[in-house]
Design a binder for this molecule. Sequence first.
Ligand code: NAD
Length: 481
Amino acid sequence: MQRYQLFIDGQFRDAAGGNWFDSWNPFTGEVWAQVAAGTAEDVERAVQAAHRAFTSGPWPALSHSQRGALLRRLGELIARDAEKLAETEVRDNGKLIAEMRGQLNYIPQWFHYFGGLADKVQGAVIPLDKQDYFNFTRHEPVGVVAAITPWNSPLLLTAWKIAPALAAGCTVVLKPSEFTSASTLEFVKLFEEAGFPPGVVNVVTGFGKDVGTPLVEHPLVRKISFTGSDATGRAINQAAAGHFKRVSLELGGKSPNIVFADANLEDAVNGAVSGIFAATGQTCIAGSRLLLQDSIHDAFLDKLTALARTARMGNPLEAGTQVGPVTTRQQYDKVLGYIDVAKQDGARLVMGGAPAERPECGRGWFIEPTIFADVNNKMRIAQEEVFGPVLSVIRFKDEDEAVAIANDSAYGLGAGVWTGDIGRAFRMSARIQSGTVWVNTYRAVSYMSPFGGYKDSGLGRENGMDAIHEYLQVKSVWINT
Ligand code: NAD
Protein backbone atom coordinates (compact mmCIF):
# COMPACT_ATOMS: atom_id res chain seq x y z
CA MET A 1 0.00 0.00 0.00
CA GLN A 2 1.11 3.52 -0.80
CA ARG A 3 2.59 5.31 2.27
CA TYR A 4 3.02 9.05 2.63
CA GLN A 5 5.64 10.48 5.01
CA LEU A 6 5.97 13.91 6.58
CA PHE A 7 8.12 16.51 4.80
CA ILE A 8 10.36 18.43 7.18
CA ASP A 9 13.50 20.45 6.43
CA GLY A 10 13.64 19.10 2.89
CA GLN A 11 13.43 15.44 3.96
CA PHE A 12 10.62 12.91 3.83
CA ARG A 13 10.46 11.13 7.18
CA ASP A 14 8.26 9.00 9.41
CA ALA A 15 6.35 10.63 12.24
CA ALA A 16 8.14 10.81 15.60
CA GLY A 17 5.76 8.28 17.15
CA GLY A 18 6.14 5.92 14.15
CA ASN A 19 2.35 5.79 13.68
CA TRP A 20 0.23 5.89 10.52
CA PHE A 21 -3.40 6.53 9.77
CA ASP A 22 -5.56 5.34 6.90
CA SER A 23 -6.66 7.38 3.92
CA TRP A 24 -9.88 6.17 2.26
CA ASN A 25 -10.95 6.22 -1.34
CA PRO A 26 -14.55 7.50 -1.21
CA PHE A 27 -15.47 5.78 -4.47
CA THR A 28 -14.39 2.30 -3.42
CA GLY A 29 -15.05 2.83 0.29
CA GLU A 30 -11.65 1.23 0.93
CA VAL A 31 -8.33 2.29 2.41
CA TRP A 32 -5.91 3.11 -0.41
CA ALA A 33 -2.99 4.78 1.38
CA GLN A 34 -1.45 5.35 4.77
CA VAL A 35 -0.24 8.68 6.03
CA ALA A 36 2.24 9.47 8.80
CA ALA A 37 0.45 10.47 12.02
CA GLY A 38 2.33 13.58 13.08
CA THR A 39 2.72 14.61 16.72
CA ALA A 40 3.67 17.71 18.68
CA GLU A 41 7.31 16.60 18.35
CA ASP A 42 7.02 16.69 14.55
CA VAL A 43 5.41 20.12 14.73
CA GLU A 44 8.33 21.33 16.85
CA ARG A 45 10.83 20.03 14.26
CA ALA A 46 8.92 21.53 11.36
CA VAL A 47 8.46 24.94 12.98
CA GLN A 48 12.15 25.03 13.98
CA ALA A 49 13.11 24.14 10.39
CA ALA A 50 10.83 26.86 9.03
CA HIS A 51 12.22 29.34 11.55
CA ARG A 52 15.82 28.50 10.64
CA ALA A 53 14.98 28.82 6.94
CA PHE A 54 13.33 32.19 7.61
CA THR A 55 16.17 33.67 9.65
CA SER A 56 19.34 32.19 8.12
CA GLY A 57 20.61 30.32 5.09
CA PRO A 58 19.76 30.99 1.47
CA TRP A 59 16.05 31.97 1.65
CA PRO A 60 16.30 35.40 3.35
CA ALA A 61 19.40 36.13 1.24
CA LEU A 62 17.50 35.71 -2.03
CA SER A 63 16.34 38.85 -3.78
CA HIS A 64 12.63 39.35 -4.28
CA SER A 65 13.08 38.61 -7.97
CA GLN A 66 14.90 35.36 -7.25
CA ARG A 67 12.08 34.26 -4.96
CA GLY A 68 9.62 35.11 -7.72
CA ALA A 69 11.59 33.02 -10.20
CA LEU A 70 11.44 29.99 -7.87
CA LEU A 71 7.67 30.35 -7.61
CA ARG A 72 7.28 30.54 -11.37
CA ARG A 73 9.49 27.46 -11.79
CA LEU A 74 7.26 25.65 -9.31
CA GLY A 75 4.25 26.63 -11.42
CA GLU A 76 5.89 25.01 -14.46
CA LEU A 77 6.57 21.79 -12.54
CA ILE A 78 2.97 21.61 -11.35
CA ALA A 79 1.82 21.90 -14.97
CA ARG A 80 4.25 19.12 -15.95
CA ASP A 81 2.97 16.77 -13.21
CA ALA A 82 -0.67 17.85 -13.45
CA GLU A 83 -2.12 14.47 -14.33
CA LYS A 84 -0.44 12.66 -11.45
CA LEU A 85 -1.50 15.34 -8.97
CA ALA A 86 -5.05 15.30 -10.32
CA GLU A 87 -5.37 11.52 -10.07
CA THR A 88 -4.00 11.47 -6.53
CA GLU A 89 -6.62 13.96 -5.40
CA VAL A 90 -9.40 12.07 -7.18
CA ARG A 91 -8.42 8.87 -5.36
CA ASP A 92 -8.12 10.55 -1.99
CA ASN A 93 -11.00 13.01 -2.15
CA GLY A 94 -13.43 11.65 -4.73
CA LYS A 95 -13.37 14.83 -6.79
CA LEU A 96 -14.12 14.41 -10.48
CA ILE A 97 -11.14 13.96 -12.76
CA ALA A 98 -12.61 16.61 -15.09
CA GLU A 99 -12.70 19.13 -12.24
CA MET A 100 -9.20 18.25 -11.10
CA ARG A 101 -7.79 18.58 -14.63
CA GLY A 102 -9.39 22.01 -14.76
CA GLN A 103 -7.93 22.96 -11.38
CA LEU A 104 -4.48 21.68 -12.27
CA ASN A 105 -4.60 23.70 -15.44
CA TYR A 106 -5.29 26.80 -13.36
CA ILE A 107 -3.25 26.24 -10.15
CA PRO A 108 0.09 27.09 -11.84
CA GLN A 109 -1.30 30.60 -12.39
CA TRP A 110 -1.19 31.22 -8.65
CA PHE A 111 2.56 30.62 -8.72
CA HIS A 112 3.07 32.72 -11.86
CA TYR A 113 0.97 35.60 -10.53
CA PHE A 114 2.44 35.71 -7.02
CA GLY A 115 5.90 34.97 -8.42
CA GLY A 116 5.42 38.08 -10.54
CA LEU A 117 4.20 40.07 -7.53
CA ALA A 118 7.17 39.11 -5.32
CA ASP A 119 9.35 41.97 -6.59
CA LYS A 120 6.57 44.54 -6.89
CA VAL A 121 5.86 45.10 -3.23
CA GLN A 122 7.18 48.58 -2.53
CA GLY A 123 7.39 50.76 0.52
CA ALA A 124 6.83 54.51 0.41
CA VAL A 125 8.70 57.69 1.22
CA ILE A 126 6.58 59.66 3.65
CA PRO A 127 6.38 63.44 3.00
CA LEU A 128 6.93 64.38 6.64
CA ASP A 129 5.89 67.62 8.28
CA LYS A 130 9.21 67.58 10.18
CA GLN A 131 12.54 68.84 8.91
CA ASP A 132 15.78 66.95 9.56
CA TYR A 133 14.18 63.53 9.16
CA PHE A 134 13.78 61.12 6.32
CA ASN A 135 11.04 58.54 6.80
CA PHE A 136 10.26 55.52 4.67
CA THR A 137 8.41 52.21 4.96
CA ARG A 138 9.45 48.65 4.31
CA HIS A 139 7.09 45.70 3.81
CA GLU A 140 8.65 42.74 5.59
CA PRO A 141 7.52 39.10 5.78
CA VAL A 142 5.76 38.23 9.05
CA GLY A 143 7.76 35.02 9.63
CA VAL A 144 6.71 31.40 9.93
CA VAL A 145 3.21 30.75 8.59
CA ALA A 146 0.98 27.86 9.65
CA ALA A 147 -1.20 26.98 6.66
CA ILE A 148 -4.08 24.67 7.61
CA THR A 149 -6.33 23.27 4.89
CA PRO A 150 -9.63 21.33 4.83
CA TRP A 151 -10.44 18.15 2.94
CA ASN A 152 -12.64 19.53 0.19
CA SER A 153 -10.07 21.11 -2.11
CA PRO A 154 -6.59 20.36 -0.80
CA LEU A 155 -4.34 21.38 -3.68
CA LEU A 156 -6.18 24.50 -4.76
CA LEU A 157 -6.41 25.87 -1.23
CA THR A 158 -2.77 25.05 -0.59
CA ALA A 159 -1.87 27.15 -3.64
CA TRP A 160 -4.03 30.02 -2.35
CA LYS A 161 -1.98 30.09 0.84
CA ILE A 162 1.58 29.24 -0.01
CA ALA A 163 1.95 31.24 -3.24
CA PRO A 164 1.39 34.63 -1.52
CA ALA A 165 3.18 33.52 1.68
CA LEU A 166 6.35 32.56 -0.22
CA ALA A 167 6.14 35.61 -2.47
CA ALA A 168 6.12 37.73 0.70
CA GLY A 169 9.29 35.94 1.90
CA CYS A 170 7.68 33.86 4.66
CA THR A 171 8.34 30.19 5.34
CA VAL A 172 5.52 27.71 5.83
CA VAL A 173 4.41 24.69 7.82
CA LEU A 174 1.46 23.12 6.03
CA LYS A 175 -1.08 20.93 7.76
CA PRO A 176 -3.49 19.28 5.34
CA SER A 177 -6.71 17.61 6.47
CA GLU A 178 -6.32 14.13 7.93
CA PHE A 179 -8.91 12.98 5.37
CA THR A 180 -7.03 14.14 2.26
CA SER A 181 -3.29 14.52 2.80
CA ALA A 182 -1.98 12.63 -0.22
CA SER A 183 -2.10 15.24 -2.98
CA THR A 184 -0.33 17.81 -0.78
CA LEU A 185 2.47 15.33 -0.12
CA GLU A 186 2.76 14.56 -3.85
CA PHE A 187 2.92 18.28 -4.51
CA VAL A 188 5.75 19.05 -2.07
CA LYS A 189 7.97 16.57 -3.91
CA LEU A 190 8.39 19.37 -6.45
CA PHE A 191 9.95 21.91 -4.10
CA GLU A 192 13.49 20.60 -4.18
CA GLU A 193 13.45 20.33 -7.97
CA ALA A 194 12.14 23.89 -8.23
CA GLY A 195 15.18 25.00 -6.18
CA PHE A 196 13.59 25.98 -2.86
CA PRO A 197 15.99 25.65 0.08
CA PRO A 198 15.12 23.04 2.75
CA GLY A 199 12.75 24.21 5.48
CA VAL A 200 10.99 26.86 3.38
CA VAL A 201 7.94 24.59 3.05
CA ASN A 202 7.26 21.72 5.47
CA VAL A 203 4.27 19.41 5.79
CA VAL A 204 3.09 17.77 8.99
CA THR A 205 0.12 15.48 8.47
CA GLY A 206 -2.14 14.26 11.24
CA PHE A 207 -5.15 15.10 13.33
CA GLY A 208 -6.31 18.49 14.51
CA LYS A 209 -5.60 17.87 18.16
CA ASP A 210 -2.18 16.24 17.56
CA VAL A 211 -0.82 18.59 14.89
CA GLY A 212 -3.20 21.53 14.41
CA THR A 213 -3.31 22.59 18.06
CA PRO A 214 0.46 22.56 18.75
CA LEU A 215 1.07 24.27 15.41
CA VAL A 216 -1.37 27.06 16.11
CA GLU A 217 -0.03 27.53 19.64
CA HIS A 218 3.67 27.47 18.73
CA PRO A 219 5.23 30.82 19.69
CA LEU A 220 7.45 30.91 16.58
CA VAL A 221 4.42 30.76 14.27
CA ARG A 222 3.55 34.38 13.51
CA LYS A 223 0.68 33.93 11.12
CA ILE A 224 -2.07 31.35 10.74
CA SER A 225 -3.86 30.98 7.44
CA PHE A 226 -6.76 28.62 7.99
CA THR A 227 -9.52 27.27 5.77
CA GLY A 228 -12.10 25.03 7.36
CA SER A 229 -15.18 25.01 9.54
CA ASP A 230 -16.27 27.98 11.59
CA ALA A 231 -16.04 25.91 14.80
CA THR A 232 -12.34 25.21 14.23
CA GLY A 233 -11.79 28.78 13.02
CA ARG A 234 -13.19 30.09 16.29
CA ALA A 235 -10.87 27.82 18.33
CA ILE A 236 -7.88 28.90 16.24
CA ASN A 237 -8.70 32.58 16.61
CA GLN A 238 -8.85 32.20 20.37
CA ALA A 239 -5.57 30.26 20.51
CA ALA A 240 -3.88 32.84 18.27
CA ALA A 241 -4.91 35.68 20.56
CA GLY A 242 -2.48 34.46 23.23
CA HIS A 243 0.48 35.56 21.11
CA PHE A 244 -1.32 38.21 19.03
CA LYS A 245 -0.70 36.17 15.90
CA ARG A 246 -2.11 37.32 12.65
CA VAL A 247 -4.95 35.16 11.46
CA SER A 248 -6.81 34.74 8.20
CA LEU A 249 -9.86 32.53 8.32
CA GLU A 250 -11.78 31.19 5.33
CA LEU A 251 -14.79 29.52 6.86
CA GLY A 252 -18.20 28.20 5.96
CA GLY A 253 -21.09 29.54 3.94
CA LYS A 254 -24.81 29.28 3.24
CA SER A 255 -24.74 31.19 0.02
CA PRO A 256 -27.95 32.51 -1.58
CA ASN A 257 -28.36 32.08 -5.33
CA ILE A 258 -31.15 34.50 -6.27
CA VAL A 259 -33.18 34.20 -9.48
CA PHE A 260 -35.41 37.09 -10.58
CA ALA A 261 -38.22 36.61 -13.08
CA ASP A 262 -36.41 38.87 -15.57
CA ALA A 263 -33.34 36.60 -15.74
CA ASN A 264 -32.26 34.37 -18.61
CA LEU A 265 -33.83 31.29 -17.06
CA GLU A 266 -31.83 28.71 -19.04
CA ASP A 267 -28.59 30.19 -17.75
CA ALA A 268 -29.99 30.47 -14.25
CA VAL A 269 -31.07 26.81 -14.17
CA ASN A 270 -27.59 25.73 -15.22
CA GLY A 271 -26.07 28.09 -12.64
CA ALA A 272 -28.33 26.78 -9.90
CA VAL A 273 -27.48 23.14 -10.64
CA SER A 274 -23.72 23.62 -10.86
CA GLY A 275 -23.91 26.11 -7.97
CA ILE A 276 -25.02 23.40 -5.58
CA PHE A 277 -24.06 20.04 -7.08
CA ALA A 278 -20.50 20.76 -8.30
CA ALA A 279 -18.02 18.87 -6.14
CA THR A 280 -21.05 17.06 -4.67
CA GLY A 281 -22.02 20.21 -2.80
CA GLN A 282 -18.79 20.14 -0.82
CA THR A 283 -17.64 23.67 -1.50
CA CYS A 284 -17.66 26.60 0.87
CA ILE A 285 -19.32 28.70 -1.84
CA ALA A 286 -22.03 26.15 -2.71
CA GLY A 287 -25.21 28.00 -3.71
CA SER A 288 -27.15 26.04 -1.13
CA ARG A 289 -30.10 28.44 -0.80
CA LEU A 290 -31.88 28.97 -4.10
CA LEU A 291 -34.17 31.99 -3.90
CA LEU A 292 -36.83 31.99 -6.63
CA GLN A 293 -39.16 34.88 -7.42
CA ASP A 294 -42.84 33.99 -7.03
CA SER A 295 -43.91 34.27 -10.67
CA ILE A 296 -41.29 31.81 -11.97
CA HIS A 297 -41.04 29.58 -8.92
CA ASP A 298 -42.96 26.52 -10.11
CA ALA A 299 -41.76 26.47 -13.70
CA PHE A 300 -38.16 27.02 -12.61
CA LEU A 301 -38.34 24.23 -10.07
CA ASP A 302 -39.58 21.85 -12.78
CA LYS A 303 -36.71 22.73 -15.11
CA LEU A 304 -34.20 22.52 -12.29
CA THR A 305 -35.38 19.11 -11.21
CA ALA A 306 -35.41 17.83 -14.78
CA LEU A 307 -31.79 18.95 -15.26
CA ALA A 308 -30.62 17.63 -11.89
CA ARG A 309 -32.13 14.23 -12.70
CA THR A 310 -29.83 13.90 -15.70
CA ALA A 311 -26.69 14.08 -13.54
CA ARG A 312 -24.43 11.13 -14.23
CA MET A 313 -23.08 9.71 -10.97
CA GLY A 314 -20.28 7.22 -10.67
CA ASN A 315 -16.54 6.70 -10.81
CA PRO A 316 -14.84 10.07 -10.40
CA LEU A 317 -11.88 8.85 -12.46
CA GLU A 318 -14.13 8.57 -15.52
CA ALA A 319 -14.22 11.77 -17.54
CA GLY A 320 -18.00 11.75 -18.13
CA THR A 321 -19.02 11.53 -14.46
CA GLN A 322 -20.87 14.61 -13.22
CA VAL A 323 -21.50 13.87 -9.55
CA GLY A 324 -19.03 11.97 -7.40
CA PRO A 325 -19.13 10.55 -3.90
CA VAL A 326 -19.10 12.44 -0.62
CA THR A 327 -15.48 12.62 0.52
CA THR A 328 -15.72 11.09 3.99
CA ARG A 329 -17.92 8.58 5.74
CA GLN A 330 -18.50 11.15 8.53
CA GLN A 331 -19.69 13.74 6.03
CA TYR A 332 -21.94 11.18 4.35
CA ASP A 333 -23.66 10.50 7.70
CA LYS A 334 -23.86 14.22 8.45
CA VAL A 335 -25.55 15.03 5.12
CA LEU A 336 -28.09 12.23 5.56
CA GLY A 337 -28.76 13.57 9.07
CA TYR A 338 -29.52 17.03 7.63
CA ILE A 339 -31.91 15.48 5.11
CA ASP A 340 -33.85 13.99 8.02
CA VAL A 341 -33.86 17.31 9.86
CA ALA A 342 -35.23 19.09 6.79
CA LYS A 343 -38.03 16.56 6.44
CA GLN A 344 -38.92 16.85 10.13
CA ASP A 345 -38.92 20.65 9.89
CA GLY A 346 -41.51 20.49 7.11
CA ALA A 347 -39.46 21.14 3.97
CA ARG A 348 -40.95 19.43 0.90
CA LEU A 349 -38.69 16.81 -0.68
CA VAL A 350 -38.78 17.27 -4.46
CA MET A 351 -36.05 14.83 -5.44
CA GLY A 352 -33.30 12.68 -3.95
CA GLY A 353 -33.13 12.59 -0.18
CA ALA A 354 -31.42 9.19 0.13
CA PRO A 355 -28.17 7.32 -0.47
CA ALA A 356 -27.65 6.65 -4.18
CA GLU A 357 -28.17 3.00 -4.88
CA ARG A 358 -27.10 2.85 -8.50
CA PRO A 359 -24.81 0.10 -9.79
CA GLU A 360 -22.34 2.67 -11.14
CA CYS A 361 -21.84 4.03 -7.60
CA GLY A 362 -20.37 0.75 -6.34
CA ARG A 363 -19.69 0.77 -2.62
CA GLY A 364 -18.87 4.47 -2.54
CA TRP A 365 -20.38 7.12 -0.30
CA PHE A 366 -22.94 8.51 -2.75
CA ILE A 367 -26.02 10.59 -1.96
CA GLU A 368 -28.67 11.39 -4.57
CA PRO A 369 -28.74 15.07 -5.59
CA THR A 370 -31.42 16.38 -3.26
CA ILE A 371 -33.81 19.32 -3.62
CA PHE A 372 -36.13 20.64 -0.92
CA ALA A 373 -38.82 23.19 -1.77
CA ASP A 374 -41.07 25.26 0.53
CA VAL A 375 -38.09 25.95 2.73
CA ASN A 376 -38.46 28.71 5.26
CA ASN A 377 -35.23 30.62 5.87
CA LYS A 378 -35.53 30.03 9.62
CA MET A 379 -35.27 26.24 9.17
CA ARG A 380 -31.98 24.60 10.09
CA ILE A 381 -31.56 23.42 6.48
CA ALA A 382 -31.48 27.09 5.44
CA GLN A 383 -29.26 28.33 8.26
CA GLU A 384 -26.63 25.62 8.76
CA GLU A 385 -23.96 24.54 6.32
CA VAL A 386 -24.76 21.03 5.08
CA PHE A 387 -21.69 20.69 2.82
CA GLY A 388 -23.30 18.11 0.56
CA PRO A 389 -25.60 17.79 -2.49
CA VAL A 390 -28.66 19.30 -0.82
CA LEU A 391 -30.45 22.37 -2.16
CA SER A 392 -33.00 24.46 -0.24
CA VAL A 393 -35.46 26.37 -2.43
CA ILE A 394 -37.00 29.50 -0.93
CA ARG A 395 -39.68 31.72 -2.46
CA PHE A 396 -39.55 35.55 -2.50
CA LYS A 397 -41.75 38.30 -3.93
CA ASP A 398 -39.50 41.31 -4.58
CA GLU A 399 -36.03 42.75 -4.30
CA ASP A 400 -36.42 43.85 -0.69
CA GLU A 401 -37.57 40.45 0.42
CA ALA A 402 -34.76 38.73 -1.52
CA VAL A 403 -32.19 40.94 0.20
CA ALA A 404 -33.73 40.32 3.62
CA ILE A 405 -33.65 36.54 3.14
CA ALA A 406 -30.16 36.55 1.62
CA ASN A 407 -28.75 38.55 4.54
CA ASP A 408 -30.60 36.60 7.22
CA SER A 409 -27.64 34.30 7.74
CA ALA A 410 -24.67 34.10 10.08
CA TYR A 411 -22.54 33.59 6.98
CA GLY A 412 -21.55 35.90 4.14
CA LEU A 413 -19.23 34.14 1.71
CA GLY A 414 -20.79 34.15 -1.77
CA ALA A 415 -24.04 35.09 -3.47
CA GLY A 416 -25.48 34.76 -6.97
CA VAL A 417 -27.91 37.16 -8.62
CA TRP A 418 -29.65 36.27 -11.90
CA THR A 419 -31.35 39.20 -13.57
CA GLY A 420 -31.68 40.96 -16.93
CA ASP A 421 -31.89 44.37 -15.26
CA ILE A 422 -28.52 46.10 -14.98
CA GLY A 423 -29.74 48.50 -12.32
CA ARG A 424 -30.93 45.62 -10.19
CA ALA A 425 -27.56 43.91 -10.64
CA PHE A 426 -25.80 46.95 -9.14
CA ARG A 427 -28.37 47.42 -6.37
CA MET A 428 -28.26 43.79 -5.33
CA SER A 429 -24.49 43.56 -5.37
CA ALA A 430 -24.32 46.56 -3.05
CA ARG A 431 -27.00 45.31 -0.66
CA ILE A 432 -25.93 41.68 -0.20
CA GLN A 433 -23.59 41.12 2.71
CA SER A 434 -21.02 38.74 1.31
CA GLY A 435 -17.39 38.72 0.25
CA THR A 436 -18.26 37.80 -3.35
CA VAL A 437 -21.33 38.51 -5.49
CA TRP A 438 -21.70 36.85 -8.89
CA VAL A 439 -24.19 38.34 -11.35
CA ASN A 440 -25.49 36.03 -14.09
CA THR A 441 -22.78 33.54 -13.24
CA TYR A 442 -21.80 31.53 -10.21
CA ARG A 443 -18.63 30.18 -8.57
CA ALA A 444 -16.04 32.05 -10.70
CA VAL A 445 -12.74 32.57 -8.84
CA SER A 446 -9.35 33.81 -9.96
CA TYR A 447 -5.87 34.20 -8.56
CA MET A 448 -6.30 37.92 -9.30
CA SER A 449 -9.55 38.57 -7.49
CA PRO A 450 -9.83 38.85 -3.69
CA PHE A 451 -11.79 36.07 -2.01
CA GLY A 452 -13.04 35.92 1.56
CA GLY A 453 -15.95 36.18 3.91
CA TYR A 454 -18.18 38.71 5.60
CA LYS A 455 -19.59 37.93 9.05
CA ASP A 456 -18.98 34.35 10.28
CA SER A 457 -17.50 33.35 6.92
CA GLY A 458 -14.12 34.63 7.96
CA LEU A 459 -11.38 37.20 8.24
CA GLY A 460 -8.88 38.41 5.68
CA ARG A 461 -8.64 37.83 1.94
CA GLU A 462 -6.97 35.29 -0.30
CA ASN A 463 -6.01 35.86 -3.95
CA GLY A 464 -5.25 39.11 -5.71
CA MET A 465 -2.97 41.91 -4.55
CA ASP A 466 -4.64 41.94 -1.12
CA ALA A 467 -3.45 38.42 -0.37
CA ILE A 468 0.28 39.17 -0.26
CA HIS A 469 -0.30 41.83 2.41
CA GLU A 470 -1.76 39.15 4.67
CA TYR A 471 1.83 37.87 4.95
CA LEU A 472 3.65 41.22 5.23
CA GLN A 473 4.11 43.72 8.04
CA VAL A 474 5.00 47.37 7.66
CA LYS A 475 8.07 48.92 9.22
CA SER A 476 8.53 52.68 9.44
CA VAL A 477 12.18 53.81 9.33
CA TRP A 478 13.25 57.27 10.54
CA ILE A 479 16.65 58.68 9.62
CA ASN A 480 17.90 61.77 11.40
CA THR A 481 19.55 63.67 8.61
P1 NAD B 1 -12.32 21.40 9.83
O1 NAD B 1 -12.42 22.71 10.52
O2 NAD B 1 -12.85 20.20 10.50
O3 NAD B 1 -10.78 21.07 9.52
C1 NAD B 1 -9.96 21.93 8.78
C2 NAD B 1 -8.52 21.70 9.17
O4 NAD B 1 -8.32 22.12 10.52
C3 NAD B 1 -8.07 20.24 9.11
O5 NAD B 1 -6.75 20.19 8.61
C4 NAD B 1 -8.12 19.83 10.57
O6 NAD B 1 -7.26 18.76 10.90
C5 NAD B 1 -7.65 21.11 11.24
N1 NAD B 1 -8.01 21.24 12.66
C6 NAD B 1 -9.04 20.66 13.31
N2 NAD B 1 -9.04 21.07 14.61
C7 NAD B 1 -8.01 21.93 14.75
C8 NAD B 1 -7.51 22.71 15.84
N3 NAD B 1 -8.08 22.69 17.04
N4 NAD B 1 -6.45 23.51 15.63
C9 NAD B 1 -5.88 23.59 14.41
N5 NAD B 1 -6.29 22.86 13.35
C10 NAD B 1 -7.35 22.05 13.51
O7 NAD B 1 -12.96 21.62 8.41
P2 NAD B 1 -13.21 20.53 7.26
O8 NAD B 1 -14.36 19.67 7.68
O9 NAD B 1 -11.91 19.87 6.89
O10 NAD B 1 -13.62 21.44 6.03
C11 NAD B 1 -14.92 21.80 5.72
C12 NAD B 1 -15.15 23.24 6.10
O11 NAD B 1 -14.24 24.07 5.40
C13 NAD B 1 -16.52 23.74 5.68
O12 NAD B 1 -17.10 24.47 6.74
C14 NAD B 1 -16.23 24.66 4.52
O13 NAD B 1 -17.17 25.65 4.30
C15 NAD B 1 -14.91 25.20 4.88
N6 NAD B 1 -14.24 25.72 3.69
C16 NAD B 1 -14.11 27.07 3.53
C17 NAD B 1 -13.52 27.60 2.40
C18 NAD B 1 -13.37 29.07 2.22
O14 NAD B 1 -12.53 29.47 1.45
N7 NAD B 1 -14.14 29.89 2.92
C19 NAD B 1 -13.03 26.75 1.42
C20 NAD B 1 -13.17 25.38 1.60
C21 NAD B 1 -13.77 24.88 2.74
